[in-house]
Each structure stands twice: as structure tokens, then as C-alpha cells.
Design a protein around this ligand. Structure first.
Ligand code: GTP
Ligand code: MG
Length: 195
């Protein structure tokens, strides 16, 4: 676990609102409803820390959480939410671009992909942005409990193939279920051992 308090720090809507870049930072990106907030809750062992909901697009700010005294966990706004107003989407995209391109202490982006759906076109956009921003990203497959274990390998093979063309991709994929706890300890130790 992370040494020190785990807390919500702040929601950020502009680069000027970012906290001091004085910790190891990892962010969580992914489509609306993919399970970003649920994963942060599972990682921190705090059920209601990051809001998790059935209403897609609810997390509209860059939400900062302190994980002990050494790390920030950053919950990014979900993308690909069709019903979000165009102006809102444009604002998120601009902020995301500035954040990914300009945050010195950002060590890795975890890109969450719903294990039932695999990497979609809308995900490719963010993967390309991460390549361009030279931010190492690692794919985290979510909702593994919704897929038969016998199908896991097939999906992993597809995802691995899709990652071949991304220079910023970290090769290891983490299969998770925030609901059942699969992969949570693995991911926690990946983050906790970054320094
Ligand atoms: P936005 O903030 O809207 O971008 O969504 P999000 O990516 O934060 O998703 P959130 O964590 O709110 O989860 C969306 C829905 O998926 C909720 O109903 C969760 O309960 C459900 N969910 C998340 N993770 C899992 C999982 O591992 N298994 C199952 N079965 N459901 C999950
Ligand atoms: Mg959320």
C-alpha cells in the first residue's frame, strides 16, 4: 500500500490549477464508463474516494488524489461520450493535450480499455496523443469479471497486436476487475515501486 494518507486533493480545470510537480504522478485515461474511478477506488481501498457512477461523463475535471506522501493518482476526464456538448469536448481535449505534453512529473499513463470491447477508434486517438507526447502508457483491461476466463488470451493477443504500432506503449498489459479485485495488487505495486 501507499505510505501515508490517501485523499482527494483537488479537481483541476486548467493547467494553472495543477498542484506543485513534486511527486511521482500517474494518470488514468479511458472512455467514459470504462471504470477509471472504480479502479482508483479499488487501488486505494477507498470505496467512495473517486466517484463511480452509471452516468457516463460524470468526471469532467482532472481529479488529483494523493497516494501516500510520494505519489499522485490522476483521474482524467473520460473521452468518447457522444452526448457531451461539442464545446465541452473541445475544452477537455485542449486541457488533456496540455497536461500530457507538459507535466514533467507524469511517469506513466494507464489507458483503461474495457476488456469486452478491446481497443476502439476513439482509444486510438489517445494512444496517438500519448505517442506524440512521449508519455509511456500501459494498457489496463477493465471489467475482466464480465468476460469468460477462457476468452482472456484471445483478447490479450488482439490488444498486443494493436500496441505494436505505438512507440510509447509499455509491453505488459494488466488485466483487472475492480469488482472482484483481479490485478489490483499487481497494478498497485507497479505504481508504488515507481520513484
Ligand atoms: P467516467 O467518470 O464517466 O469517465 O467513468 P469511469 O471511467 O470513471 O467509470 P466508473 O468507474 O464510474 O464505472 C462505470 C460503471 O462501470 C459503474 O457502474 C461501475 O460500477 C462499473 N464498473 C467499473 N469497474 C467494473 C468492474 O471491474 N466490473 C464490473 N462488473 N463493473 C465495473
Ligand atoms: Mg469517473
Amino acid at each position: 500500500m501507499f505510505a501515508g494518507p490517501i485523499d482527494f486533493l483537488k479537481g483541476v480545470v486548467a493547467m494553472s490549477g495543477l498542484p506543485p510537480a513534486d511527486r511521482v504522478e500517474v494518470c488514468f485515461a479511458g472512455r467514459s464508463n470504462v471504470g477509471k474511478s472504480s479502479l482508483i477506488n479499488a487501488l486505494t481501498g477507498r470505496k467512495a474516494l473517486a466517484r463511480a457512477s452509471n452516468t457516463p461523463g460524470r468526471t469532467q475535471e482532472i481529479n488529483y488524489f494523493t497516494a501516500g506522501d510520494t505519489h499522485y493518482l490522476v483521474d482524467l476526464p473520460g473521452y468518447g461520450y457522444a452526448e457531451a456538448p461539442v464545446a465541452v469536448v473541445a475544452k477537455w481535449q485542449a486541457l488533456l493535450k496540455s497536461y500530457l505534453g507538459g507535466r514533467q512529473t507524469l511517469r506513466r499513463a494507464f489507458v483503461l480499455i474495457d476488456m469486452r470491447h478491446g481497443i476502439k477508434k476513439v482509444d486510438e486517438e489517445i494512444l496517438k496523443l500519448l505517442d506524440r507526447s512521449a508519455v509511456t502508457f500501459q494498457v489496463v483491461l477493465t471489467k475482466a469479471d464480465k468476460i469468460k476466463t477462457s476468452e482472456h488470451e484471445k483478447i490479450l493477443t488482439q490488444v498486443r497486436a494493436a500496441l505494436q504500432k505505438h512507440p510509447a506503449a509499455y509491453p505488459e498489459i494488466v488485466v483487472t476487475s475492480s469488482e472482484k479485485g483481479d490485478g489490483i495488487e499487481t497494478l498497485r505495486s507497479i505504481i508504488a515501486t515507481m520513484s
